[in-house]
Design a protein around this ligand. Structure first.
Ligand code: BES
Ligand code: ZN
Ligand code: ZN
Length: 495
């Protein structure tokens, strides 16, 4: 659906030519486009102020049905994210007009002192992600996505970035896959079914998989995963997705394995420590880490990533029932450590530590990253658009934050103070899953995880805020955001 175009703009036939306009600087290098902007700005009604638009119908040129001039504000405030937002908004606006194809004129990156792939990549990404409509559960489908978005640029850039549209589209497809899983209601993705859905998508790619069912989890002694799943009729699973480019080849000297672990709680009622009723429906998104990890693995396979990446995905439903775990219960984790369940709603950390201990034993990874909608406290600390990064490896944390900047899936490094570990002490077991203080509970959650990672370089990304949007954003509709896919693909690409 994404394309790059170059040549003479006047000769390109389109339903709508979209032209981003900067308030206080010329940003286009094509003289035909610059003079169009100049003429329009003479009207004085349109200044290029952010989000101001003018639509012209049947402009002089018989190739274009419309031109949409779209203000992107002052030059000093423009970055890659401005272009994602701009492209997402245009796409949504033109979907409403029932168009099927548009051309977006890219500005000259040099005039903005930005990198070519950053500008063009952001426009392609914003358009592709903004084109996603989640209407699976509506009888009447009101809107149809665009079939084609072309980005017009000069021939030099079009040539050097010729692979960018398909790569961007592959990554956006991964994001959309994660979004759809997250937005799916919990009655349609109980553990067994959600795992089958991930396997079905993975099977089409160069990925191998294995599933540990309830019996295998018992045989392996995964007491923490089993304890969280105990209250639900739909029993827990551990899914392993393995992307291994060394499989049929001689492994290179610098071979590397990274493990990604994703929290897959298909519904988090809180368990016996039942959550309050308001917004409990949103807890269908508590498998966002799992969705992003699975979608990342699928995307890596499509992109033929260079080293081995293994996804380890524990999937459970956290429900109250006569069989559910109780506060005060003591369980034995896969690592052998015993855990007192101080609170059944702190279930994410329980399923993650069994998955992580297993991953370390089976795959001996060079690095391990877990992604989880782990704590409400992280949302209180960083708001709904920024994820928290917790790591004992300063470089890994730095790299994650840097990928967050590049992809605008923002991450902020949080502390892991040794002395806070005392809040996790249990009188009766080796550790308590609940902190003895309610303060800093995103940190104590991360510290709990850190007790199970041994000496593996590890980072934990708490995505409780950005995994899900109640309201539609510039290039994401209401529901799952697919946060993490673009971030991890960028991060792994730089490793
Ligand atoms: N799934 C929740 C965290 C969450 C909250 C995700 C809001 C997305 C939005 C997690 O399992 C949970 O319930 N955490 C508790 C931990 C507490 C019991 C120590 C929390 O954050 O209150
Ligand atoms: Zn919970
Ligand atoms: Zn949860």
């Amino acid at each position: 659906m994404l394309k790059l175009l170059s040549g003479e703009i006047g000769k390109q036939k389109t339903q709508c030519l979209v032209v981003p306009v900067c308030e206080n600087a010329g940003i286009h290098d094509d003289p035909a486009i610059s003079s169009l902007i100049e003429e329009t700005m003479q009207i004085k009604e349109f200044t290029g102020k952010k989000d101001d638009t003018v639509m012209l119908y049947n402009p002089a040129n018989d190739k274009w049905e419309r031109i949409l001039f779209f203000g992107i504000g002052k030059r000093e405030n423009i970055d890659a994210e401005s272009f994602r937002n701009f492209a997402g908004k245009c796409t949504k606006q033109l979907i409403k007009k029932e168009l099927s194809e548009i051309i977006i004129c890219a500005p000259d990156p040099q005039k903005l002192e930005m990198k070519e792939d950053a500008v063009l990549g952001a426009i392609l990404e914003g358009a592709c992600l903004g084109n996603h409509i989640f209407d699976k559960y509506k009888k009447e489908k009101k809107e149809k996505p665009l079939k084609t978005v072309s980005v017009f640029t000069n021939s030099k850039i079009a040539k050097s970035l010729r692979l960018l549209p398909s790569r961007t589209e592959t990554i956006c497809k991964g994001t959309v896959l994660a979004r759809e899983w997250v937005s799916m209601p919990s009655n349609e993705k109980r553990p067994d079914r959600f795992v089958r859905s991930m396997v079905k998508a993975a099977e089409k790619e160069d990925l191998s998989f294995s599933i540990l069912d309830e019996k295998a989890l018992k045989q392996n002694g995964m007491g923490a995963i089993l304890a969280v799943g105990a209250g639900s009729r739909s029993k827990p699973r551990l899914l392993i997705l393995d992307y291994n480019p060394y499989k049929n080849k001689k492994a290179p000297k610098n071979k590397k394995t990274v493990v990604l672990v994703g929290k897959g709680v298909t519904f988090d009622s809180g368990g016996i420590n039942l959550k309050p009723g308001s917004s409990m429906d949103e807890m269908k998104m508590d498998m966002s880490g799992a969705a992003s990890v699975a979608a990342t693995l699928i995307t890596l396979a499509r992109l033929k990533h260079k080293f081995r990446v293994v996804g380890v995905i524990p999937v459970v439903e956290n429900m109250p029932s006569g069989d559910a775990s109780r506060p005060g219960d003591i369980i034995k984790s896969y690592s052998g450590k015993t855990i007192e369940i101080g609170n059944t709603d702190a279930e994410g950390r329980l399923i993650l530590i069994d998955a992580m201990s297993y991953a370390i034993k089976m795959f001996k990874p060079d690095a391990m990253i877990d992604m989880a909608t782990l704590t409400g406290a992280c949302v209180v600390a960083l708001g709904e658009k920024i994820a928290g990064v917790f790591s004992t490896d300063a470089q890994l944390a730095k790299d994650i934050v840097a990928s967050g900047e590049t992809t605008a899936e923002r991450c902020w490094a949080m502390p892991m103070p040794e002395d806070y570990k005392k809040f996790l002490k249990s009188e009766f077991a080796d550790i308590n899953n609940m902190s003895s203080t309610r303060y800093g509970s995103a940190i104590t959650a991360a510290l709990f995880l850190s007790e199970f990672v041994e000496d593996t370089p590890w980072a934990h990304i708490d995505i409780a805020g950005p995994a899900y949007y109640k309201k539609s954003q510039d290039y994401c509709g209401a529901g799952g955001s697919g946060f993490g896919v673009r971030l991890l693909i960028d991060l792994l690409g730089n490793m």
